[in-house]
Structure formats: structure tokens, C-alpha cells
Write a protein that binds this ligand. Structure first.
Ligand code: ATR
Length: 281
């Protein structure tokens, strides 16, 4: 697409950002729909976050994505937060609305859209066990708790963190906490097991967050990790007849929702998925 004096600006801020697949996905999506925008990745030092945000406002960026390590501190420099950002306590998407920067978090809804697109299920019927209690768990837990899931069991290496998250999510649904080492009994009764921990991610691809003999064929096993696409956990789940869902779709859908917030147009999901898959192949 030709860049002219009318081309609008979108972007990503993080530190580092060189590994990001977002510019490729977003620029291809804009080009496909003929939207006059460019999306660039900016490595912003944490000490200069405030100046970067002010600069983007002055330059009239339509919006931008936010990644590690700025997802929480960015909230200090925004004018408003939507409910998802407020409740998750982190922002991954910012949109300029009049004179205001408004923060959103599309990770949780992106996760849910991906899961239900790939495996059509009734959320209210699921017995959910969620492994982990970090940032990803906050987003996924919030999305599940507010989408009609009746009960979620959280198991995390550091139990205190699980209890803190459980307290927060219990505003919306019933939450219970179990020791990670004793999660087998809950997993035996579960229908949906979600790994939000980083265990199994490149380069330690043989690791699993729980012993694989806890898995069973009545489970849907969902792993937020997308690199590798099939973690050791998902591989073991497939072997025992469980249905599996990997983190690739969440990455695509969280980006697609951001695109829709900025540009008010339905994102070309299939194209974005192909761009992502080929860049990770
Ligand atoms: P993210 O934003 O990706 O969720 P995070 O907030 O650092 O990252 O959370 C990482 C999650 O993976 C946490 O639940 C962490 O457990 P702790 O709360 O005990 O730190 C979990 N995790 C990371 N390494 C782990 C390991 N080796 N075994 C079990 N859990 C692990």
C-alpha cells in the first residue's frame, strides 16, 4: 500500500519488541481491507513510557498495542479504562477517543473467541481447572468468570497468588483453590483444563505443568502457549483422546479485537492466522 500524507498511525510499544508478529499481522490486515494505516513496533524504555505515550497522542496515533513490560504501568498515563482493563489490571490495547486515551484488554475475550470458535462448547456447562495465577490467568479467568462459567478451580505453584486471584474472580462466579500438587482429583472431574503457566514454552519444550497421567479423554485441554504450537501437555492430551486447543488462536483474536476497536471494521481473521502461522513455522 502506498504511504501518503494521509496515512494513519498504529503501533506496538514494548521492551523488547523485535520478536513481535503483530506488525506483520496488522499491516497485512490493513492492506487486505484497503485501510490507510501503518503499524510499527516501538521499543520503549520503561523510563520513557510517559513521553512515548504523550508523543503518540501529539502525533495523533489512532491507537496502539502494549506488551511486556508496560501492560500495567501504562495505566498511569491513560485517561480512561474499560471494564476489561480495570478488572484484569492490565492494558494491551489503547485507542484515541477524541482527546482521550482509552485502555482496553482484549486478551481474555480473544481467548474465549478462539476457544469457542475451535471447539463449540456451552461455557456454563464446563467444569474448569485453570493452572497458573499470573497475568494471563487474570485475563482468561476474568473472561470465563464473566461469560457464564459456574465454577473455576485454580491451581498455582505459589498458592498465595491463586488465592488472591480467586478472591478477585469470586465477584462473578464460584472459585476454589487447590494445591498444584493435589490438582489431580479436580482434574479427574473437569471438562476443561487450561494451562496459563509458561511451563512447556520454548526452549523447555519437554516440560509439563502437571503429570500427564492426570489427563483423560473427557477433557478439553487448552494451552495458552503458541510456541511450540503443540506443547508436551497438548501432545499427551491428544494421545489419551482429549480434545486440544493451542495458544495461536488467542494471539490472532486478541489482535483482531484490537483492530476492530481502532478501525471499526471486522478483522480478516483467516488472513491474520495464516500470517502468524507462516511467521512461526
Ligand atoms: P504471564 O503474564 O504470562 O501469565 P506471569 O504473570 O509471570 O506471566 O505468570 C507465570 C505463571 O506461570 C505463574 O502462575 C507462575 O507460577 P508462580 O505464581 O508460582 O510464579 C507459573 N509458572 C512459571 N514457571 C513455573 C514452573 N516452573 N512451575 C509451575 N508454574 C510455573
Amino acid at each position: 500500500m502506498q504511504i501518503t500524507s494521509k496515512t494513519g498511525a498504529l503501533g506496538l510499544i514494548g521492551h523488547p519488541v523485535a520478536h513481535s508478529k503483530s506488525p506483520d499481522m496488522m499491516n497485512r490486515a490493513c492492506e487486505y481491507l484497503g485501510l490507510p494505516f501503518v503499524y510499527l513496533a516501538y521499543d520503549v524504555d520503561p523510563a520513557q513510557l510517559e513521553q512515548a505515550v504523550a508523543g503518540m497522542k501529539a502525533l495523533k496515533f489512532r491507537g496502539f498495542n502494549v506488551t511486556i513490560p508496560h501492560k500495567v504501568t501504562i495505566m498511569n498515563y491513560l485517561d480512561e479504562l474499560d471494564d476489561s482493563a480495570k478488572e484484569i489490571g492490565a492494558v494491551n490495547t489503547v485507542v484515541q477517543n477524541g482527546e482521550k486515551w482509552v485502555g482496553h484488554n482484549t486478551d481474555g475475550v480473544g481467548y474465549l473467541r478462539s476457544l469457542t470458535e475451535e471447539i463449540p462448547i456451552e461455557l456454563s456447562e464446563q467444569k474448569v481447572v485453570m493452572l497458573g495465577a499470573g497475568g494471563a490467568a487474570r485475563a482468561v479467568g476474568y473472561a470465563l468468570a464473566t461469560a457464564g462459567v459456574k465454577r473455576i478451580t485454580i491451581a498455582n505453584r505459589t498458592k498465595q497468588k491463586a488465592e488472591k486471584l480467586a478472591h478477585h474472580l469470586s465477584k462473578w462466579t464460584e472459585i476454589q483453590v487447590v494445591d498444584l500438587a493435589a490438582a489431580d482429583q479436580e482434574i479427574a472431574k473437569a471438562t476443561l483444563l487450561i494451562n496459563t503457566t509458561s511451563v512447556g514454552m520454548e526452549p523447555k519444550i519437554t516440560e509439563t505443568p502437571i503429570p500427564t497421567d492426570w489427563l483423560h479423554e473427557n477433557l478439553i485441554v487448552s494451552d495458552l502457549i503458541y510456541h511450540p504450537k503443540e506443547t508436551a501437555l497438548l501432545c499427551a492430551a491428544k494421545k489419551c483422546g482429549a480434545r486440544v486447543h493451542n495458544g495461536m488462536g488467542m494471539l490472532v483474536h486478541q489482535a483482531a479485537i484490537a483492530f476492530e476497536i481502532w478501525l471499526g471494521k471486522k478483522a480478516p481473521i483467516q488472513l491474520m492466522r495464516e500470517v502468524l502461522e507462516s511467521s512461526l513455522a
